[in-house]
Ligand binder design. Structure first.
Ligand SMILES: [Zn+2]
Length: 140
């Protein structure tokens, strides 16, 4: 019995593509807040539960982990050697789901921005965040 429960629990954990309050998310939130932007996080009513919602700018931001969301041509996105097929299938499903969510949100009139984990590494962070602000200001 307890084994069944733990199996279910395990698959539940595995099915959660996104964990909350990851380090990249916090970097972006702090930066936006410090620059005077006000936003909501994890709006459950929206497809894919976007990490950040800026109503005033009609913009949603997803901050994606490179592995889980299958960032193309990215160094972080490296398949594990064991169970490669399993992970590949899983990530393919995530990519498909992301695409679906973005289409729904765009058709509802949202501008959707994706920030990848690797774009927030120290060397690239400043550029990424400055571009984000430019992007937001242009959609106002
Ligand atoms: Zn990446």
């Amino acid at each position: 019995m307890s084994d069944t429960v733990s199996k279910e629990r395990r698959s539940e954990i595995m099915s959660h593509v996104k964990s909350s309050n990851t380090k990249p998310e916090i970097i972006v939130r702090k930066f936006l807040f410090a620059n005077g932007f006000r936003f909501r996080i994890y709006d459950k009513k929206l497809a894919g539960k976007p990490d950040i919602k800026l109503t005033k700018y009609k913009t949603l931001i997803f901050i994606n982990g490179c592995f889980w969301h299958g960032h193309k041509n990215c160094k972080i996105y490296v398949m594990p050697k064991t169970n490669a097929q399993f992970w590949q299938d899983k990530i393919d499903r995530n990519i498909a789901r992301d695409k679906e969510n973005i289409e729904i949100l765009k058709s509802d009139g949202w501008k959707v921005l994706i920030i990848w984990e690797c774009q927030l590494k120290e060397k690239k962070r400043e550029d990424t965040l400055n571009n984000l602000i430019k992007n937001l200001q242009s959609s106002c």
